[in-house]
Design a protein around this ligand. Structure first.
Ligand code: ADP
Ligand code: MG
Length: 420
């Protein structure tokens, strides 16, 4: 893909935007772009530099993403709506063509890597709550204030805000920027990358050590792990990123949206989608954070498609799709008969989310009931019946921690009064 119309090849210490940004190391890549850690000489901060492939369709997509990101930034001057901030954008001419570049605030690891570091065991409820509050704050802002649908919400597209990343604390993290390529060393970033590697390993070990073990899953080996110092930097706030597929609700971007496992039933059935499609993906994400496993992993089978397996799984966890909904989409006839039964998958094993949480993930009955009570309304087959992000933010499950702390605070007040 490093050819005409494709990616722009970057070397450490390459300059962008008339020398303002200096490339440090590659952070990641997607279908359309590569993302680099860069040093912003104007603000003396690290930033993420997203460099788009140069062919016209990629530039067009980048223009759309910049438009959305600009609206997201403009509506949130205090930058507290849990959405990634666009700092700058410009064009960069290279041997493969003109590349649109986006400069974004530099964030930490994705929730997917957090789940991996945690060895797919699921996070403690208080962390799931913290993260859920952030994501819902972002969705409430996007939906209600901007009328934007994200359309690709999933753990990979939610990045942690963490102080162990060098942009926030370059001194403690010990990373100094490379400003020019060292003489005679074309890979001039060796020193940096070994420090970064060590930092990353430290962070990985730290997160692994706090890997929360659920009651009934065994208590771990040896002594009780003491939270390492590095965890001071992880406060579990996070931000939603990747607005490459986002759209305004009144001009839907495509018929097929969302990554398979997070795809809402109305998208599969093509009965029209809106904000509620993001709510469905959010529920799948919250389930994955709490259990360590994806909620739906459909597969093509003998005599049925991935879509049909997906619809069958949804019904097995959530109950039968009401006939009216099952038969209302442009693709309904491919999958359902006129009674609202799947044509090619006949015998379903009906269960429920709370049974699944208890039987497979060993949640206590009370935990399962409460968490399922939070998730179930968001997984309503009828998108119009799903709660809005604003309503989700009010749910008692999400506020259970603060409820407890308020109670404790109240107790302390009483104790203080009693002492007086
Ligand atoms: P794509 O649209 O091509 O999927 P993304 O915006 O998702 O691109 O970025 C690709 C990868 O780059 C992400 O998965 C992440 O690893 C990294 N990345 C993107 N934005 C940032 C950021 N602001 N800070 C740190 N890393 C980022
Ligand atoms: Mg992405």
């Amino acid at each position: 893909s490093y050819r005409k119309g494709g990616y722009h090849a970057v070397r450490i210490a390459d300059n962008f935007s008339a020398g303002r940004y200096i490339a440090q190391k590659k952070l990641g890549w997607g279908q359309f772009s590569t993302v680099w850690l860069a040093y912003d000489t104007e603000s003396s901060k690290y930033v993420a530099l997203k460099i788009q492939k140069s062919a016209p369709q990629f530039s067009q997509a980048a223009i759309h993403e910049i438009e959305i990101l600009s609206a997201v930034a403009a509506g949130d001057p205090s930058n507290d709506k849990c959405t990634v901030r666009l700092v700058d954008h410009f064009k960069h001419a290279g041997p493969n063509g003109q590349h649109l570049c986006m400069v974004l605030e530099f964030l930490g690891d994705s929730l997917l890597s957090l789940i991996k570091y945690n060895r797919y065991k699921g996070l403690e409820f208080h962390r799931v709550r913290e993260i859920s509050r952030c994501i819902l704050t972002a969705l409430d802002y996007l939906h209600r204030e901007l009328r934007i649908i994200h359309t690709d919400l999933k753990p990979e597209n939610i990045l942690l805000c963490s102080n162990i990343n060098p942009s926030k604390d370059p001194i403690r993290s010990g990373v100094t920027p490379v400003l020019e390529r060292p003489e005679g060393n074309p890979n001039g970033g060796v020193v940096i990358s070994s420090i970064e590697k060590r930092l990353k390993q430290r962070a990985k070990r730290a997160v692994a050590r706090i890997s929360e073990r659920r009651i009934g899953m065994g208590g771990g080996v040896g002594r009780t792990p003491k939270p390492p110092r590095i965890l001071d930097g992880i406060d579990f706030t996070c931000k939603v990123v990747d607005f490459g597929n986002a759209c305004w609700a009144d001009s839907p971007i495509a018929e097929e949206i969302q990554t398979r496992q997070y795809r809402a039933p109305e998208v599969i059935l093509q009965s029209g989608y809106s904000f509620a499609a993001d709510i469905w993906s959010f529920a799948c994400t919250a389930f994955e954070l709490a259990t360590g496993e994806m909620m739906f992993t459909p597969k093509t089978g003998q005599g049925f498609s991935e879509d049909e397996d997906h619809l069958a799984m949804m019904m097995e966890f959530l109950g039968k799709i009401p006939r009216k909904i099952a038969t209302s989409g442009a693709r309904s006839k491919e999958y359902f008969d006129r009674y609202g039964d799947l044509k090619r998958i006949r015998r379903l094993k009906y269960g429920s989310i709370d049974r699944l949480l208890v039987d497979k993930y060993k949640f206590s009955d009370a935990d399962a009931r409460e968490f399922a009570g939070f998730l179930s309304p968001m997984l309503d087959f009828d998108p119009d019946k799903r709660p809005t992000a604003q309503q989700c933010l009010q749910h008692p499950w999400l506020n259970a921690d603060s409820e407890t702390s308020r109670l404790n605070a109240g107790m302390n007040d009483l104790e203080i009064k009693a002492k007086k």
